[in-house]
Design a binder for this molecule. Structure first.
Ligand code: PLP
Length: 298
């Protein structure tokens, strides 16, 4: 019997066990990182902020001249089915549009047959619950906004992955890269926040506008915090009272050491704690969630 428990993919109009889903090696998504994608999560059987993820995904496709034949409603049905087929209550759900393959002999992106792929796998954490991250601040620059618009979620990750290797060689788990002016930007799969004297700041430019970042800003404002979207220097990260990362893959996650030096007492700070618990509570709010009907077949 086919086993979907490790996850389900939707590819070429078919649902397959994740291990059987394959793309052509001639697809420019693979050959050129010519693709956009988004990741939404399902928590306790509900999508979290699916509309926001769809908005970012469709806007990225438009900017990249990519098209898919599915409406948002149809996409929701496809993603729901991937989750349902895998029997996952908590899931990491990715949707991808690649440029596809050009006509034989052509290198014209307009002649490519855009491909849509989606999959659901068990939930993924950048930082496991009850643990924290040791962040390395690299000198490496994140690919500039002028070259690749970070607002379009993309697979231009070589800078981030090489940064991760630098972090490992400095006994850290993860990394943040700089912009051309030397301010911090983002890390592999997360946005960064610092708290100093109860004022929260997060880099404004050169970063993906994360959905978790947006949620964190809304929650912080609702809790009465001052929050700034502005340039953040490496020194402001090193001497912050609290530092945390935000991502669909894990929510709001404490960073308790930077460049191997503890932040404050090395424990998750009060502001991070308050925001983290508000973040998970929001997963019961019908305004931000869509329940998956586990009984319906597409
Ligand atoms: N920055 C980058 C480069 C990312 O890849 C991600 C997520 O994968 C984020 C930030 C966080 O975005 P979100 O909160 O929407 O998951």
């Amino acid at each position: 019997m086919t086993n979907f428990t490790q996850g389900t993919a939707f590819i070429d109009g078919q649902y397959l066990p994740i291990s059987e889903a394959k793309i052509s090696i001639l697809d420019w998504g693979f050959l050129h990182s010519d693709a956009t994608y988004d990741v939404v999560h399902v928590w306790n059987g509900k999508f979290f902020r699916l509309d926001d993820h769809f908005e970012r995904f469709y806007s990225g496709m438009k900017k990249l001249h990519l098209e898919i034949p599915y409406s948002k409603n149809e996409l929701q049905t496809i993603l729901s089915h991937c989750v349902k087929q895998s029997g996952l209550n908590n899931a990491y759900v990715e949707m991808i549009t690649t440029r596809g393959q050009p006509e034989p002999g052509s290198r014209d992106p307009r002649r490519c047959n855009n491909q849509f792929i989606a999959f659901a796998i068990p939930f993924v954490w950048v930082c496991k619950p009850k643990t924290s991250l040791n962040l390395f601040i690299s000198e490496r620059q994140r690919i500039p906004t002028e070259s690749v618009d970070p607002m379009i979620k993309n697979y231009h990750w070589l800078d981030l992955v090489m940064g991760q290797y630098e972090a490992f060689s400095h006994d850290s788990e993860t990394v943040v890269l700089l912009d051309q002016k030397g301010n911090v930007t983002e890390g592999p799969g997360f946005n960064l926040f610092v708290v100093k004297n109860k004022i929260i700041s997060t880099p404004a430019n050169g970063v993906l506008q994360g959905i978790t970042r947006k949620t964190t800003i809304e929650l912080a404002r609702a809790q009465g915090f001052d929050i700034n979207e502005k340039d953040v220097t490496p020194e402001q990260v090193r001497y912050a009272d609290e530092v945390f990362a935000t991502s669909t893959a894990g929510g709001i996650m404490p960073i308790t050491a930077v460049d191997n030096k503890l932040i404050a007492d090395g424990e998750m700070g009060e502001t991070t704690k308050a925001l983290q618990s508000a973040y998970w509570l929001l997963h019961d709010d019908p305004k931000h969630t869509i329940a998956i009907d586990y009984s319906i077949n597409p």
